[in-house]
Design a protein around this ligand. Structure first.
Ligand code: CMC
Length: 392
């Protein structure tokens, strides 16, 4: 391959050093700053995990209180951004709106766009963690024609998000602690995942020294696709389409058929060649939430469990080490909470924002940092002379 190593899809290229997240794909292990994801999902909560990802250590009680106060202070959006929302078509996909609004933040928060100023980097980070729930919730409200609901700083992070999505001026949304806990767990499980496509996008955008809001908007754009963050939306749509356990074999056959582009959504992972540890927690959480809501006979959950069972016994999936990933069960929980599928990826984006920021900061603060500039193997025409249009 001449001068360069050719590595399509970057399956064997480390593009950076990072001390944030560790994955052992064969073991099915995921650690944030050394802490196993299942312990964090069980015992910690999202804002504490945000602190851990950003500052490398678990906070003391005082540090956590201070961090939560700083995040809470920034939950409102600049009021003029309301006009920006109103410019979108009502049927715009929430991800289109989130991507646009996050990018537009660089036009509103000039005092936190200088990447060389540590204080500005810090404020930008806090602003994004604080505002993404508001941004995502307002994308939802706009799509259903309801008035925007302002954040409530007396609620915790997840409960406030549910409040902004489901309260109306005429009716308060009483946040069920079981649902806000499940929501918080979804945020935690998605908070970071080392150098996946969207995070690599954020790093590449950031390597040009673009401002952090622009970089995170690039991450949101990359996350949208069905092979990445869009998989949660696609997975629930697929489970609904299957509809009943009797139809599973038909879909399994399609997934195995190389002439059919259909894949089992929520199955397979570039790095995990074992159960995705996040999927384990998610499955348990789905059981809990549906049980507590008294809808454990939910046909979608039944289809999901049966599909998982059949696939895990099928040599096609076994040989290729295809296991359920994080998105296989998350949609069932989000659906039970009351979200439409179009919001699923926006919720992933809001959860992943802290990971993107932590990785962006790590890159900016690396003294060895330089612009990312992949090379290529050129396969086009050799040098040739221009011909005038009449002679072609
Ligand atoms: N259903 C059926 N076959 C599959 C699937 C699937 N979901 N995933 C992979 N395969 C097959 C694939 O056809 C190939 O078979 P063969 O060797 O015979 O050609 C083999 O398994 C390896 O697949 P690959 O496409 O080379 O693997 P990859 O690492 O490039 O892709 C993936 C990883 C996640 C994009 C892929 O597994 C996939 O498309 N899964 C469905 C979408 C999905 O659930 N994505 C969410 C990922 S987790 C959340 C996130 O990170 O955003």
């Amino acid at each position: 391959t001449g001068m360069f190593t050719y590595d399509p899809g970057f399956t064997s290229t480390a593009a950076c050093e990072s001390a944030i997240t560790y994955i052992d794909g064969d073991k099915g292990e995921l650690l944030y700053r050394g802490y196993p994801i299942d312990q964090l999902a069980e015992k910690s909560h999202y804002l504490e995990v945000c602190y851990l990802l950003l500052y490398a250590e678990l906070p003391t009680a005082a540090q956590l209180e201070d961090f939560e106060a700083r995040v809470t202070r920034h939950t409102m959006l600049h009021e003029q951004m309301v006009n920006f929302y109103r410019g979108f078509r009502r049927d715009a996909h929430p991800m289109a709106v989130v991507c646009g609004v996050v990018g537009a933040m660089s036009a509103f928060y000039h005092d936190s766009t200088d990447i060389n100023d540590p204080w500005q980097r810090e404020v930008a980070s806090i602003r994004m963690i604080a505002k993404l729930p508001t941004i995502a919730a307002w994308a939802y409200k706009y799509s259903i024609g309801q008035p925007f609901v302002y954040p409530r700083n007396d609620l915790d992070y997840a409960a406030n998000f549910l409040h902004m999505c489901f309260a109306t001026p005429c009716e308060e949304y009483v946040v069920d602690p079981i649902l806000s806990r499940a929501m918080d767990r979804i945020f935690t499980l998605h908070a970071d995942h080392e150098q996946n496509a969207s995070t690599s996008t954020v790093r590449l955008a950031g390597s040009s020294q673009a401002n952090p809001f622009a970089c995170i908007a690039a991450g949101v754009a990359c996350l949208w696709g069905p092979a990445h963050g869009g998989a949660n939306e696609a997975a629930l749509a697929m489970l609904r389409e299957i509809g009943a356990p009797e139809r599973i074999p038909e879909f399994i056959a399609r997934a195995k058929d190389k002439d059919d582009p259909f894949r089992l959504m929520g199955f397979g992972h570039r790095v995990y060649k074992n159960f995705d540890p996040r999927a384990k927690v998610m499955k348990q959480s789905a059981d809990e939430v549906l049980g507590l809501l008294g809808i454990e006979n939910n046909p979608t959950l039944q289809v999901a469990k049966e599909l998982e069972k059949i696939a895990l016994e099928d040599s096609y999936f076994v040989d290729r080490k295809l296991y359920p990933n994080v998105d296989f069960y998350s949609g069932i929980i989000l659906d039970a909470i009351g979200f439409p599928t179009s919001m699923f990826t926006a919720i992933f984006a809001l959860s992943r924002t802290v990971g993107w920021i932590a990785q962006w900061k790590e890159m900016i603060e690396d003294p060895e940092g330089r612009i990312g500039r992949p090379r290529q193997l050129y396969t086009g025409a050799p040098s040739r002379d221009y011909s005038d249009v009449e002679t072609r």
